[in-house]
Write a protein that binds this ligand. Structure first.
Ligand code: FES
Ligand code: FE
Length: 329
């Protein structure tokens, strides 16, 4: 697939999830697309993860079709061997030949956090987004996804920030059509991104006890394509979710959810994963039906309700950041 590569520094210099750490074992090679650019991600036998331009500089085939051998990546076509720095170190057809300077694959910064592999196509402008609960005692952790969504990444983030759709898309689970009200709440742009404070909605069974209650969400959009929520009740039960949306191109994305919760010990890990899968599946149909698919930043294409305060602030922030990729013009 070929699509327009991104030119926005704010996205190129950001970290994006390209794999779950557990899905990339030593010797594994993955071909992924990020912001319209083909990337090969591979893990050496030494455990080190690499992210490179997915193109062999010899004859321009995909390196992701190759294989990992002794911490090197071997191209499928003529067997050229690239070491961990992307430099060609062996040409089987020409023993003793010294590869030229251009026999080098462009490499990208990668790091593993929260059980995920993050990659930056440019110069990382900051660290990966925070997830304060990750690794804390008393919490259980899980990662769900990848969810491939044929939708715009920002629309997918907006959906995560939007509690008003719960009764209608997730009725009986995250909301109730008989109690659809979203109380007014504050949303603001801060130095950390967008923050929405104390979004209160009714849920039929928020803590797995069979009892309905009002719940309070705080939402953040730390990056254009990374959001986070914390659902904290007055007695201390807390669910925190980091939602990472990988922009494949302007109209396709892959979502990953990392969760931490300190209650519901009776709920198994598999049940949690099945629950999140079900919720995301309920969202996908809507997300894929947007038309226009790209996100409008002016107010002539769509109108906003008081319950959309956070989404309105998110669009304002994207405009301030100068984002153009995936934006309706
Ligand atoms: Fe990769 Fe020739 S194209 S080795
Ligand atoms: Fe939803």
């Amino acid at each position: 697939m070929n699509s327009t590569p991104c030119k926005d520094p704010v996205l190129l210099n950001d970290w994006h999830v390209v794999a779950k750490s557990s899905d990339l074992r030593p010797g594994d090679v993955l071909g992924v697309q990020l912001l319209g650019i083909n990337v090969v991600v591979w893990r050496g036998q030494d455990g080190q993860v690499h992210g490179w331009d997915d193109r062999c500089p010899h004859r321009s085939v995909r390196l992701s079709a190759g294989r990992v051998e002794n911490n090197t990546l071997v191209c499928l076509y003529h067997g050229l061997v690239y070491d961990g720095t992307g430099r060609c170190v062996s040409v089987p057809a020409c023993p003793g030949y010294s590869p030229p300077k251009q026999a080098c694959v462009p490499t990208y910064a990668v790091q593993e956090r929260y059980g995920l592999v993050f990659l930056c196509l440019g110069e990382p402008s900051q660290d990966v987004p925070p997830f304060p609960e990750w690794g804390q005692a008393d919490y259980r952790f899980y990662i769900t996804g990848p969810y491939v969504v044929r939708s715009n990444g920002y629309r997918t983030i907006e959906n995560f920030l939007d509690a008003a759709h719960f009764p209608f898309v997730h009725g009986g689970i995250l909301g109730d059509v008989n109690k659809p009200e979203v109380d007014d709440y504050e949303a603001m742009i801060t130095s950390e991104g967008v923050y929405a404070k104390d979004v209160r909605v009714w849920q039929p069974d928020p803590y797995g006890t069979g009892v309905g209650d009002y719940v309070h969400y705080d939402y953040w959009a730390f990056r254009p394509l990374t959001a986070y929520l914390r659902k904290l009740n007055p007695t201390g039960e807390c669910l925190a979710l980091l939602y990472s949306v990988t922009p494949v191109d302007e109209e396709t994305c892959i979502a990953w959810m990392s969760g931490a919760l300190n209650y519901g010990q009776q709920i198994t890990h598999d049940e949690i994963v099945q629950f999140q899968d079900k919720i995301v599946l309920q969202d996908v149909g809507n997300l894929e039906s947007h038309s226009p698919m790209k996100l409008p930043l002016d107010s002539s294409t769509e109108f906003h309700l008081p319950s959309d305060r956070v989404s309105l602030m998110y669009r304002k922030w994207l405009k301030q950041l100068g984002v153009t990729y995936g934006i309706l013009t």
